[in-house]
Design a protein around this ligand. Structure first.
Ligand code: IPM
Ligand code: MG
Length: 355
């Protein structure tokens, strides 16, 4: 295949992990005879500094020309600590989601046996947990009408039927390819928007009679995820609930540095780690590149290139088994490998592996 990839390194540790993602993308392409052309573009705080806009038009055009976007992270403490700042790096992320129509955010939560001791939960609860959160990404409170004065403020949690239908279909498609269990997470006992979600899910469910559908209130889901994470197979939920639940879900496994995600929709799909820009670690060669590298696996798999994705997953597992790990997941007394060294080890594995 001929790939055109837009690379958006962004801020903080973004550029360092982005490099490793690109190396892995290229190593796999070489092994399987694909051609990859990369086009780099700015976003986040980096783009605010350079052109005053966290998602400039040129970056949008680069994304639109590409087959896929390899995104890293945005965010800078300079803006977090200044509530009066008119423009913020995160707005770049929201602009990207909106302009590329990325309505489906796919966040797989997988456990790695060798890292289970890092989980804050009892290991026997976590072992074997494996589910996917599908978060609606372009609607709800994030994009609904907002108002703020000195003594009143609101955000509108608005959803339309087509928005709900399309994300539910994505959820059912995933459930069909997995354990055929879909949990629709809402707050239908309180919110009108949630009641519409539930109504539409009930209408659609009969089209997927091979899938078991259940409904769970978001507060209950937050609890169940900790009590019995293995209960879940595919979760589908609105933007805000999905934001909160996926942070919770990501720490079940023991390291946020390992979880990739995909955002898909109307235009170019985006592949990115779940974690943020970790500004304190910037330039120190300590950030874990695995979430970014696994995002590349998701990218290949999105295009139906399963063997390519599998090779990356195998390489990542092998690096963990060989204890080639960044400090936060290294075993006690084990050597600390840097971002570059972990990336290089994985590239070497990919190059050396007999296919
Ligand atoms: C996420 C992040 C973003 C969100 C922030 C950085 C705007 O938390 O992707 O989950 O709230 O969607
Ligand atoms: Mg979040």
């Amino acid at each position: 295949m001929n790939f055109k990839i837009a690379v958006l390194p962004g801020d903080g540790i973004g550029p360092e992990i982005s490099k490793q993602g690109v190396h892995v993308m290229s190593a796999v392409a070489e092994r399987f005879g694909h051609q990859v052309a990369y086009e780099y573009a700015i976003c986040g705080a980096d783009a605010i500094e350079k052109v005053g806009d966290p998602f400039p038009e040129e970056t949008f055009q680069t994304c639109m020309r590409a087959d896929a976007v390899l995104f890293s992270a945005v965010g800078d403490p300079k803006y977090d600590n200044d509530p009066t700042s008119k423009v913020r790096p995160e707005q770049g992320l929201l602009a990207m989601r909106q302009r590329l129509g990325l309505f489906a955010n796919i966040r797989p939560i997988e456990t790695f046996d060798c890292l289970i001791h890092k989980s804050p939960l009892k290991n026997e609860l976590v072992r074997g947990a494996d589910f996917i959160c599908i978060r609606e990404l372009t609607g709800g409170m994030y994009f609904g009408e907002k108002y703020q004065s000195d003594d009143r403020a609101y955000d509108t949690n608005i959803y339309t039927r087509p928005e709900i239908e399309r994300i539910l279909h994505v959820g059912y498609d995933y459930a069909r390819r997995r354990k055929k269990h879909l949990t629709v997470v809402d707050k239908a006992n309180i919110l009108a928007s949630s009641r519409l979600w539930r109504q539409i899910a009930k209408e659609i469910a009969p089209q997927y009679s091979d899938v078991q559908t259940d409904f769970m209130y978001v507060d209950n889901a937050a609890m169940r995820m900790i009590q019995e994470p293995r209960f879940f197979d595919v979760i589908v939920t609105e933007n805000t609930f999905g934001d909160i639940l996926t942070d919770e879900a990501s720490c079940i496994t023991g390291s946020m540095g390992l979880l990739p995600s995909a955002s898909t929709g109307e235009h170019t799909p985006v592949f990115e780690p779940i974690h943020g820009s970790w500004p304190q670690a910037k330039g120190q060669n300590i950030a874990n590149p695995l979430a970014q590298i696994l995002s590349v696996a998701m990218l290949y798999e999105y295009f139906g290139l399963e063997a390519e994705g599998q090779l990356i997953r195998e390489a990542v597992n092998a690096s963990l088994d060989a204890n080639v790990r960044t400090p936060e997941i290294q075993i006690e007394g084990g050597k600390h490998y840097g971002t570059k060294e972990v990336g290089q080890w994985i590239v070497d594995f990919i190059k050396g592996k007999a296919l």
